[in-house]
Ligand binder design. Structure first.
Ligand SMILES: [Zn+2]
Length: 94
């Protein structure tokens, strides 16, 4: 079952909807149009952009190095060259 996120159309809303809220819904459920707690109009937010952009951000080389990771790229059979981080400059090869 997908989790849908709702945000208030007319802030501030109530304790439930003021910062948006998530609701587990079956595919057959109709989208909410009003907050279930205070009845304020809400709209459904599509997708989960926070997860997508967060993942991409983690892959940035600067972020990897800052968190102590070392990243390598493959330059030959069993031979890797460091792109960022504190590890050895190369792995494998000769
Ligand atoms: Zn509300």
């Amino acid at each position: 079952m997908p989790i849908h996120e709702y945000v208030p159309l007319e802030p501030p809303g109530c304790a439930l909807c003021c910062y948006g809220f998530e609701r587990l819904e079956r595919l057959s459920d109709a989208a909410l149009t009003h907050c279930t707690a205070c009845g304020a109009p809400v709209r459904r937010v599509l997708g989960a952009p926070a997860i997508t952009t967060g993942g991409a951000h983690l892959l940035r080389e600067g972020h990897l190095a800052k968190n102590g990771f070392t990243q390598y790229r493959k330059v030959g059979k069993g031979h890797y060259e460091k792109t960022t981080g504190d590890g050895p400059d190369t792995i494998g090869g000769d």
